[in-house]
Design a protein around this ligand. Structure first.
Ligand code: AVJ
Length: 329
């Protein structure tokens, strides 16, 4: 008699994304301070929950950035060469890109997103709404190296990285990302990047603790996803959402707190949680516009312009990549 092959092991062979997810979850939960990378929030449901967060009254960054893009669309567009290709890192619902796609003469749009299903439905909507635009979707994790579609060759390139997603990175990762983007897009490319600002801790606290519970649902959905995709048995009711502003590090931290001492099985491996122990699920670093400009400069990008909203809560930076010799490592 042969032992039955576990379904999950079978699935693994044909699914490298699942293997990477399992590896990251297993290793993150094996640390003294447990953590899981925030990119795993964004399965189909997680992407939808994130969109729900952006509609809560407390989550100001999306509205602030949209107002900057809308109020300065012509000025921003003047930095985008006609016939350019726009590459968006983490395109999500593409609402912000549409503003620039309509204001500038962009020939091709390359949305890069980790959530393949969400990306596909967005591409359909875009092709319907902007019939003249060529769309080349790339379903990829933009924190890993990926290649641009060959059609982009010879076109002026403009990177777009809104939402303060850079805030999810540690300082060294932020610099590495900016250097990689400079390399990928090449000399003289533009990068339009949105950055959330340091501000009143109370405003930050409420933005990540909205009263409708959308952020809590978004955070807890990570455990549901692990249950579904990694054959795990998290009891969701035994964890709760915890988010706070860490002043010392200028970052909002999100955690999932274990409400009891418990054991969880994930793809056949057991993990123990003490009561009150947390899984650190996200850092969201806040910058001053001056600090961000300095970091970008050190990673091969010269700042050509910067815009802020009326409440001074968010900044959008227009960067130009320096000569190749400067950015090569
Ligand atoms: C899109 C990653 C920038 O950190 O504010 C929103 C994600 N997390 N609420 C952020 C998020 C909790 C968001 N980023």
């Amino acid at each position: 008699m042969t032992a039955p092959v576990r379904v999950s092991q079978q699935a693994e062979k044909c699914d490298p994304a699942r293997a990477a997810f399992r590896k990251d979850v297993w290793s993150g939960l094996s640390q003294d301070l447990k953590s899981i990378p925030p990119k795993y929030f964004y399965d189909q449901h997680g992407s939808e929950l994130f969109e729900a967060i952006t509609r809560t009254p407390e989550y100001y960054p999306t509205r602030a950035e949209l107002s900057i893009l809308n109020d300065n669309a012509a000025a921003i567009a003047s930095h985008i060469p006609a016939g350019a290709a726009m590459i968006e890192f983490g395109s999500g619902a593409t609402t912000k890109a549409r503003i620039l796609l309509q204001a500038a003469q962009v020939a091709a749009y390359v949305p890069v997103d980790i959530s393949g299903a969400f990306l596909a439905s967005e591409v359909k909507r875009l092709e319907n709404d902007l019939p003249g635009l060529k769309v080349f979707p790339v379903a990829a994790d933009f924190t890993q190296p990926f290649e641009l579609p060959s059609e982009m060759e010879g076109m002026p390139l403009v990177g777009f990285f809104p939402g303060s997603t850079l805030g999810n990175f540690e300082a060294h990762e932020a610099t590495a990302f900016l250097r990689h983007a400079a390399k990928l897009l090449g000399p003289n490319a533009r990068l339009i990047i949105g950055i959330d600002r340091v501000k009143d801790p109370d405003i930050l606290h409420h933005a990540y603790n909205d009263s409708a519970g959308m952020t809590a649902a978004f955070n807890l959905n990570l455990l549901r996803r692990i249950n579904r995709e990694l054959d795990a048995n998290f009891d969701i009711d035994k964890f709760c959402h915890y988010a706070f502003y860490n002043r010392e590090h200028s970052r909002v931290e999100m955690h999932l707190v274990s409400r009891a001492r418990q054991k969880v099985r994930i793809d056949g491996r057991n993990f123990e949680f003490r009561r009150g122990e947390t899984i650190h699920t996200e850092n969201s670093y806040k910058y001053t516009p001056e600090l961000f400009r300095t970091i970008a400069q050190g990673a091969g990008w010269r700042q050509a312009a910067v815009w802020v909203d009326a409440d001074q809560s968010f900044s959008v930076h227009l960067l130009v990549s320096e000569e190749e010799k400067y950015i090569s490592d």
